[in-house]
Design a protein around this ligand. Structure first.
Ligand SMILES: Nc1nc2c(ncn2[C@@H]2O[C@H](COP(=O)(O)OP(=O)(O)OP(=O)(O)O)[C@@H](O)[C@H]2O)c(=O)[nH]1
Ligand SMILES: [Mg+2]
Length: 363
């Protein structure tokens, strides 16, 4: 920064000097009037002193040269110059203040921090807190209101909830699809036990997971314990026949083999299997322990099977539930159930938007 002191007979002249020497970008730091000559400060000539500065050497008169205006004919012009300098000064100050404010906003928003800590995507978090009042500005009993407003906004994205409806006449067929190991078979057992044993509906199990002997055995054991029939199908035609055979049941639960989202062939095979009956309700099973980016890939790749609902598992294992909100923000799907542990049949419940919103903000 270049700082310079100018003296002149009046302010207008001083401003012309400042402008000529330091250019239009100059900032007035200080002005004072004083008397020059005379005796002990009396009878002297009144003068003005202006201290001005310019930030960058680039803004020297060589580059910002302006025509010299004679004070006698340019009093209006010099006033304008002074005003311009003053305004440029104010503009700089305001820019600095705004810069500090916006930096401060990003760093010191506790709600934003809370969302980010729970793995909510920054862009989604920013959108969620947009327009919410600052918690610190609220006094007294209403202090929790901002938190409640945020919870409402979150639960709004999770509001579409619908489990398996077996009350309508006829047989309902529900298939669980998803990547390997997310909990499809365990969830089928939980659903079967709840609908058959707790609610008294007629249930049948079908497994299309014939890739592993253990997978068939796993479901057979559950079927035996719960006391419901189980069918093993090796092809779309066999699935069609099994659905027909059990059309006297209230509910047929179809277990499928875990599929890798990057294996197009496997996904196409799954799609062909499920397309034997357009009334099969398909739930995409997603583990809440899956990272958001991977979950996004799963949702995109499994969309070939047109799942109607999302079912989230392993809520008990996940360090946070950011993945649920991130996904539902982009895909406004219907939620069916969430599973909360390994115990059959207890660790399953119908999704609840308020409860999930609270869990998403729990850390
Ligand atoms: N902690 C926890 N574990 C679960 C939950 N649901 C299932 N599991 C466990 O996850 C593991 C895999 O469960 P499965 O039901 O076999 O998963 P799957 O999706 O059928 O797996 P594949 O058939 O191999 O694709 C088992 O150890 C289950 O006990 C849950 O809600 N919480
Ligand atoms: Mg399985």
């Amino acid at each position: 920064m270049k700082v310079k002191l100018f003296t002149a007979q009046n302010m207008a002249e001083a401003m012309i000097q400042v402008k000529q020497d330091l250019g239009r970008e100059a900032v007035i730091l200080h002005t004072r009037r004083f008397r020059k000559g005379g005796i002990m400060g009396f009878f002297g000539k009144e003068m003005v002193e202006v201290m001005a500065a310019v930030d960058s050497p680039a803004a020297t008169p060589a580059e910002t040269k302006v025509p010299v205006v004679m004070p006698a004919i340019a009093s209006d012009d010099t006033q304008i110059t002074a005003l311009q300098l003053e305004m440029s000064n104010m503009r700089k100050m305001m820019e600095q203040m705004l810069c500090k404010l916006s930096k401060g906003d990003k760093q010191s928003s506790p709600l934003m921090d809370l969302l980010i800590k729970n793995d909510i995507e920054p862009a989604i978090a920013a959108n969620l807190v947009k327009g919410l009042p600052d918690e610190k500005s609220i006094v007294g009993s209403d202090q929790g209101i901002v938190h409640k407003l945020l919870l409402d906004r979150i639960s709004n994205y999770l509001r579409k909830v619908d489990g398996i409806d077996v009350t309508s006449a006829g047989c309902k067929a529900v298939a669980l699809i998803g990547p390997t190991g997310v909990g499809k078979t365990t969830t089928i057992a939980k659903l079967a036990a709840n609908f058959a044993l707790k609610e008294g509906y007629k249930v049948a199990l079908v497994t299309a997971d014939t890739y592993r002997i253990a997978a068939v055995e796993q479901l057979k054991i559950y079927g035996d314990i719960i006391g419901v029939p189980i069918e093993i199908v090796y092809s779309p035609d066999e699935l069609k026949a099994a659905l027909y055979r059990h059309n006297d049941k209230n509910l047929i639960l179809i277990d499928t083999a875990g599929r890798s989202p990057s294996n197009q062939y496997q996904l196409a095979e799954l799609q062909a299997l499920l397309s034997v009956d357009p009334y099969i309700e398909t739930h995409l099973v997603l583990s809440t322990t899956t990272k958001y980016k991977d979950a996004l890939e799963i949702v995109n790749k499994f969309s070939i099977c047109s799942p109607q609902k999302f079912l989230f598992t392993k809520v008990d294992e996940a360090s946070n539930l950011g993945t649920i909100l991130n996904l539902l923000y982009h895909f406004p799907a219907t939620l069916s159930y969430v599973t909360t542990g390994q115990s059959v049949p207890d660790d399953i419940e119908l999704a609840n938007s308020n409860k999930l919103a609270n869990m998403i903000l729990r850390n």
